[in-house]
Design a protein around this ligand. Structure first.
Ligand code: HEC
Ligand code: HEC
Length: 631
């Protein structure tokens, strides 16, 4: 039983707290600088369990908290937005990834509250991990699609390891031999039968990729990966999209379900994928996952429904092991779940029955969690709260809660970002806008058969960047403006009715999006090719700028550029899309049929009906692609 003398709340208290956005139990003094939101994105805890560190994405600082009282004891300013952090075993050095086009790993001296050095890494560095000897760090460079290997002794990057697309999380086995990397998105075309992101497995001795492990069809928006304390298993959180079905209903995970994939690190294979939802209540946007230090409990935060799942790990393994591969070799039938064979599990909304507790948090947007002893610390991105959950909870899960900032009013923009990521406004909590558009309102790389333009003609998810400035909305222009599309999205994709304040705030948030500089612009290596490509783009012969003029890169008109497929009507015209930030929105065209820009310009343009590209030499074509990737 838990014996710490904390201000714990009774079950009744916890329920009352859960029903409103709770008044904080402990309210530490707000950290000094200018009353900004902190937006905690990652947590670490010292090995003695006394200090908690929060990487605060919006305030660009590290907050140090007393792990007993949750009082803020120090605040350390950083040069850029922190995305992840890891602490040395002696608790003296904190390594923080900072996201920027030229990202870095910032090394902090904790006792002296000082930045010791800044080791350059790649574009939007995140998710740092330390080797057991603490001489090397691995960092995910989200927009370079690779991993930096950083020598912490020399303070230099020693190499890069290519992975798939948008690595956002990594974990190392306790012996330091295997690095497991979660790629946020798949990198193929979207009109294939199988479309799923993969997990990259890297042998650290050679720095070589061992394999890219495919997750089940529809897996995407991977957010975290963790390795069990004994090093035998990894778990990955992700969305499981039922993209093959028309989006006629949201019940029972018909559009998106929310999943955890377990990987066997001995055989380097997927054990199975388990749904985190219940039959009548989705558990949207699974984010952080991990094990309790004793390995018995698996935790997952649900950033969309503001919950934590605590899962009996040996129970899950035993239940999975009982299932036969196919019905012929059925040994025992477990009638407590709907699954009769292994392959059923991925569709089984009852699989976790009896093995999992869902705990409602008071915070909004739990994106960070760390376990120590019997406690789970959870930080919520939108409410600036930290909550301590009792891993042995049964009756009283919430031990203590505190806010990182004094009560700040939320701007309309921030409220909009919250709603965009908030599945509690969706019928039964199945998904949020972020389930398809990701948490920063871009793409999932999937095709969806939305009903607004008829049925049986799936369309590739569009980025929200510039959506409000480039009417009409949707690739067939079926919504006159993005404002209309936002309201239609609430009604027909989240199946909810919301007061006007909700879509208005979402509009404000989406209008505030700005393009992220392309990785190709960050490095000078491509400058001359980009210039040459720009010339071609603007030439009358190629004709690109006629429809994609500089500025918005769309003339807001629609055309038939011979990109129709069998499910489109002959001669169907499509809205000219903006090309801003096209480097990160693959696959391309209204039906996601082009995995790369080269495919758009070559395979999909044989008759020069989409600008003229057939006259281009290979090097001119390269230059044009370079230019497009720079926008
Ligand atoms: C099931 C996946 C899914 C979900 C959930 C979803 N969208 Fe979309 N969204 C799409 C797809 C696919 C398109 C592109 C459709 C097309 O081109 O016809 C799109 C397009 C849009 C557009 C038009 C962009 C443009 O420039 O034309 C807006 C605006 C939009 N979505 C807003 C939202 C909002 C707001 C939410 C949450 C209320 C949301 N979406 C939830 C899949 C989704
Ligand atoms: C006649 C107008 C027109 C011209 C000329 C034109 N485009 Fe397009 N472009 C479009 C339309 C319409 C689409 C959408 C087609 C679709 O979705 O199937 C599009 C789509 C694209 C896309 C895919 C964007 C995405 O997000 O999926 C790229 C890349 C692109 N164009 C580049 C070019 C280049 C490079 C040229 C010059 C060689 C060019 N376009 C010439 C109208 C035009």
């Amino acid at each position: 039983m838990f014996t710490l003398k904390l201000k714990s709340v009774s079950l009744l208290g916890a329920l009352v707290l859960a029903m409103r956005l709770a008044a904080p139990i402990a309210l530490p003094a707000a950290p000094a600088p200018g009353q900004t939101w902190q937006a905690p994105a990652a947590l670490a805890i010292s090995s003695d369990g006394r200090q908690l560190f929060a990487a605060c994405a919006r305030a660009h600082r590290i907050l140090v908290l007393d792990a007993e009282t949750l009082a803020v004891t120090a605040s350390i300013a950083l040069p850029d937005m922190p995305t992840g952090l890891v602490l040395s075993t002696n608790g003296r050095t904190l390594y923080v990834t900072c996201a920027a086009p030229a990202g870095s790993l910032v090394v902090l001296d904790i006792p002296r509250r000082k930045i010791l050095r800044r080791i350059p890494a790649g574009h939007t560095a995140m998710a740092p991990v330390l080797t057991p000897d603490e001489k090397t760090a691995y960092v995910c460079n989200r927009f370079n699609n690779d991993i930096s290997v950083l020598n912490l002794v020399s303070g230099k990057e020693t190499s890069r390891i290519a992975v798939e697309r948008e690595p956002v999380a990594a974990a190392l086995t306790p012996n330091g031999k295997l690095l497991v990397v979660a790629n946020h998105l798949h990198n193929g075309r979207a009109d294939a039968e199988r479309v799923a992101a993969r997990v990259s497995l890297i042998d650290t001795a050679t720095g070589k990729l061992l394999k890219n492990l495919p997750l089940p069809n529809g897996s995407g928006i991977l957010n975290d990966v963790a390795i069990s304390p004994d090093g035998r298993y990894a778990c990955v959180t992700h969305v499981l999209a039922r993209f093959q079905l028309p989006t006629t209903q949201v019940e029972r995970g018909w559009i998106n379900s929310n999943a955890l994939t377990l990987i066997d690190l001995d055989t380097l294979s997927v054990i199975n994928t388990v749904l985190l939802d219940n039959a009548e209540s989705g558990a949207a946007n699974p984010w952080t996952c991990g094990w309790s230090p004793d390995g018995t409990t698996l935790f997952v935060t649900h950033a969309g429904t503001h919950e934590v799942s605590l899962i009996n790990f040996s129970g899950i393994l035993a239940r999975l092991a009982k299932l036969p591969e196919n019905l012929q070799d059925r040994l025992t039938a477990d009638y407590t779940t709907g699954s009769r064979v292994k392959a059923d599990v991925v569709n089984d909304l009852a699989f976790l029955t009896g093995l999992r507790e869902r705990i409602k948090l008071n915070g909004k947007g739990p994106r960070a969690a760390v376990a120590k002893g019997n406690r789970l610390y959870v930080a919520s991105f939108f409410s600036d709260t930290v909550e301590i959950i009792n891993l042995q909870h049964s009756q009283t899960p919430l031990l203590l809660q505190a806010r990182l900032t004094a009560d700040l009013p939320m701007s309309e923009n921030r409220r909009g970002e919250l709603y965009f990521n908030d599945a509690s406004i969706c019928f039964q909590g199945w998904q949020s806008c972020a389930s398809c558009h990701s948490d920063d309102a871009r793409v999932d790389g999937l095709n969806w058969d939305l009903l607004n333009d008829g049925i049986g003609n799936p369309k590739n998810t569009k980025s929200m960047l510039l959506a409000h400035r480039t009417p009409p909305a949707m690739s067939m222009g079926v919504r006159d403006t993005a404002e209309t599309a936002v309201r239609a999205g609430l009604r027909s994709i989240l199946f909810t009715v919301q007061p006007e304040e909700v879509p208005r705030a979402i509009d404000t948030y989406l209008k505030s999006l700005t393009p992220i500089p392309s990785p190709i612009v960050v490095s000078n290596a491509f400058a001359s090719r980009i210039k040459a490509g720009e010339k071609i783009f603007n030439s009358t012969k190629a004709g690109c700028s006629a429809c994609h003029p500089r500025g918005l890169f769309t003339d807001l008109q629609h055309y038939d550029v011979s990109t129709n497929n069998q499910t489109d009507k002959p001669g169907e015209a499509f809205d000219t899309p903006t090309l801003a930030e096209i480097w990160r929105t693959a696959p391309y065209l209204h039906d996601g049929s082009a995995a790369t820009l080269r495919e758009v310009l070559v395979e999909h343009n044989p008759a020069d009906r989409h600008g003229s590209t057939s006259h281009l030499t290979p090097s001119q074509l390269d230059a044009l692609i370079c230019y497009l990737l720079s926008l």
